[in-house]
Design a binder for this molecule. Structure first.
Ligand code: SF4
Length: 433
């Protein structure tokens, strides 16, 4: 059996490194210059109000620039870049492209910049799951997938297969975080349906406790490339310290599509994976009795039980859960909280014995609105919920949550990279194509 080829190269000069990665795995081998190419970076979110450290969160513009330059040199003319970022509450795709300097790619190479959220979606039977895929994705002859080398607090790793979740509409994303079918068994169906000809994992930075900016990034300096999306992910997972067999969605994809999750079944060319691997935690540790992050217990917080989020919580709520944790932690002034439980997602139910129950989001509200265990419901009903509403509701029951504490935290996580070598924001801005 021919082994799939994956190249692993050190990142120094973006163009040279990418060229080398593509040469080692013959990365352009399944592409023809006449093809309509869709490049799918990972631009899951951005924040135009608060400081946003993009390291390990979004694909670097340096790699995107190098890729478009290579394609242009090889005679490709029909290039589109497409993404469907998180709606906050409106879509921000075009604003992100501008922020990242993609307009230079448009000017010089005629690259089309598409925000899937502004376009049509088409219902597609993804081998047993009906999902709405962006029409622009379906129109492409070939897809080049450019995820980031990062961990994910629900999926363990977020690499090539996971990155394609950005090609479906909001309703389908919510469906993927369903209550009857686990997340890890939904989004791999998307990759099965799409003509992904090349996966380039951008490991200029890697990210622990991803996928968002509250994770901790490392300067990792590595590019992974392959014509085989699963093989690329197996190697990417290994670089993050995970055996692919222990990553549910990779094992599921391999089982359905006949691939292997054993790195020994891959022809790895370039750098040694084991030598370059760096284990990065994917999740926050919770107390054994599920009352909150271990950090809460260490600080002596009592009277509060924040139930651990599960895979039914979709990205909208997920991005807000960390702010909630920060606001609750900063509200602790040495006194016990007034016996509060916080629940989220689509399956958590209120426990008896609490004086107040926070229903964080429309989903727990709908599920628990008639739950007899609840004495006083604090329903933050949005989809996703509103942090200011949460702040106000908590203050009404005597908990001094302050959104400004979260703002301070955001400045802290942005500023902590300033002293670290290699954390160059210039890698996220194309100034000259
Ligand atoms: S309330 Fe939260 S978990 Fe429920 S659908 Fe909306 S964003 Fe997803």
């Amino acid at each position: 059996m021919t082994k799939p080829v994956v190249s692993v190269v050190k990142f120094d000069d973006a163009y040279q490194s990418l060229r080398r990665a593509l040469d080692l795995c013959q990365g352009l081998g399944d592409l023809n210059p006449g093809d309509k190419i869709l490049i799918k970076p990972n631009l899951v979110s951005w924040d135009f109000d608060l400081p946003f450290p993009p390291y390990g969160v979004v694909t670097t513009s340096a790699v995107m620039w190098a890729l478009v330059r290579v394609l242009a040199e090889e005679g490709f003319t029909g290039i589109t870049i497409g993404e469907g970022p998180l709606m906050v509450p409106k879509t921000i795709g075009q604003a992100m492209y501008k922020e990242l300097g993609y307009d230079k790619l448009k000017e010089k190479y005629g690259v089309k910049l598409v925000d899937f959220n502004e376009e049509k979606f088409v219902k597609v039977d993804c081998n047993g799951l009906e999902l709405s895929l962006a029409e622009k994705v379906l129109e492409a002859d070939k897809i080049i997938n450019v995820p980031v080398l990062k961990t994910h607090n629900q999926a363990k790793v977020s690499l090539g297969i996971k990155n394609l979740k950005g090609c479906i509409n909001r309703a389908s994303k919510m469906f993927c975080h369903g209550k009857d079918i686990d997340l890890n068994y939904t989004f791999p169906h998307i990759a099965e349906k799409l003509p992904v000809a090349l996966t380039i994992i951008d490991g200029v930075f890697s990210l622990a406790k991803g996928p968002g900016p509250t994770g901790k990034a490392e300067r990792f300096n590595m590019l992974v490339a392959s014509r085989d999306i699963l093989a690329a992910d197996v190697v990417g997972a290994a670089l993050l310290g995970y055996k692919a067999s222990e990553v549910e969605h990779l094992a599921y994809f391999a089982k359905r599509n006949g691939g292997s999750v054993d790195i020994n079944d891959i022809d790895v060319r370039g750098e040694d994976v084991e030598k370059n691997a760096m284990f990065l935690d994917y999740d926050w540790e919770w107390t054994g009795d599920n009352t909150g992050p271990v950090g809460y217990a260490k600080r002596g917080i009592t009277g509060l039980a924040v139930r651990k989020y599960d895979n039914t919580m979709c990205t909208g709520c997920s991005m807000l859960f960390n702010p909630v944790l920060i606001m609750l932690m900063s509200a602790y002034k040495g006194e016990p909280f007034p016996n509060i439980e916080v629940i989220s997602g689509k399956v958590q139910t209120a426990s008896p014995g609490f004086d107040h129950t926070v229903l964080f989001g429309m989903c727990p509200y709908k599920l628990n609105k008639d739950n007899p265990n609840i004495k006083n419901a604090i329903a933050i009903k949005g989809c996703p919920p509103d942090l200011r509403e949460f702040e106000k509701a908590m203050q009404e029951v005597g908990v001094a949550c302050d959104y400004n504490e979260y703002v301070k935290y955001r400045h802290y996580i942005f500023n902590r990279y300033k002293a670290e070598e290699g954390f160059d924001l210039g890698l996220f801005k194309i100034r000259e194509a």
